[in-house]
Design a protein around this ligand. Structure first.
Ligand code: IPD
Ligand code: CA
Ligand code: CA
Ligand code: CA
Length: 271
């Protein structure tokens, strides 16, 4: 049996991510505080971010010893950037750490599996509600057994737009200027605080579109697959793939209008 097929990898991802979400939930109930700051004073990490990533890495080592793992808190695991199996797991142990810290029930464990550099399976588990979004490449996007389809909105002026901000002050200032220019041209803006969940909400039309500059692989790997499998186009500016410069996720009819507006506003520029 091929143990590296998308369905098998998804099964493992779901098992590991569910346990991780349970740990995050339990640790939040017990009480959390800031353990350290990272890139800036507003970029915080809690003991739970670290414990959850450790748990995920340990579980994957046990279940899939030949695989590589990339995580937000510990980077590349001992197996190195690529394991002998060609599979690499990408984990954001808690996406939405600031929400987690403040007890806002909108944060998630995000876990994706890449085979030879392509994301083929992903799961995003909301730590508080237990909602679970999953996708496999070519196998559709699902939430709790329901197939997902993105919004059918065709008018950017009627679109609910999710976005987020990085932690670095000059970058945030640029991102705020982009939002200020964009908001008169859309229905409204949401800054919900967890990129993986933003992509999953777009996958089921709970927001129409999403964009953000500055995402890392762990922020978007699972969510972008869920969004793509739900029918959104996920890409960067000017035909580039989605990446740190910009991620745009939009239904086909809204992609070009949003793309062109963001290009005019230099959304991928600035610091
Ligand atoms: C952050 C969240 C946030 C986004 C930031 C991310 P973290 O991830 O996804 O919504 O705007 O760009 O860094 O630090 O909470 O895992
Ligand atoms: Ca994140
Ligand atoms: Ca995180
Ligand atoms: Ca973080």
């Amino acid at each position: 049996m091929d143990r590296s097929g998308p369905a098998e990898l998804l099964e493992i991802a779901i098992e590991v991510a569910r346990d991780a979400a349970a740990t995050a939930y339990r640790m939040r109930v017990e009480g959390v505080s800031v353990a350290a700051t990272k890139s800036t004073v507003t970029d915080v990490v809690t003991a739970a971010d670290r414990a959850v990533e450790r748990q995920v890495v340990d579980a994957l080592r046990r279940l899939r010893p030949g695989d590589a793992v990339l995580g937000e808190e510990y980077g590349v695991g001992e197996a190195g950037p690529v394991g002998p199996s060609g599979v690499r797991w990408i984990v954001d142990p808690i996406d939405g750490t600031v929400n987690y810290l403040y007890g806002i029930p909108h944060c998630a464990v995000s876990l994706a599996a890449e085979v030879d550099g392509e994301v083929v399976a992903g799961v995003v588990c909301n730590v508080n509600t237990g909602e679970e979004w999953t996708a496999t490449a070519g196998g559709g996007a699902w939430r709790d057994g329901q197939r997902l389809r993105c919004s059918t909105e065709t008018d950017l002026g009627q679109a609910l737009v999710a976005t987020g901000f990085g932690y670095e002050p000059a970058r945030r200032a640029h991102q705020a200027r982009v939002v200020a220019e964009l908001i008169p041209h859309v229905r409204d803006i949401r800054r919900l605080g967890a990129a993986a969940l933003d992509l999953c909400l777009a996958a089921e039309g709970r927001v129409d579109v999403y964009y953000e500059k500055g995402l890392a692989a762990w922020d978007q790997a699972a969510g972008a697959l869920v969004a793509t499998e739900a029918g959104l186009l996920v890409a960067g500016l000017g035909g580039l793939p989605a990446g740190p410069d910009l991620v745009i996720a939009a239904p086909p009819a809204l992609f070009k209008p949003l793309h062109d507006r963001l290009a005019d506003l230099d959304a991928s520029g600035g610091p």
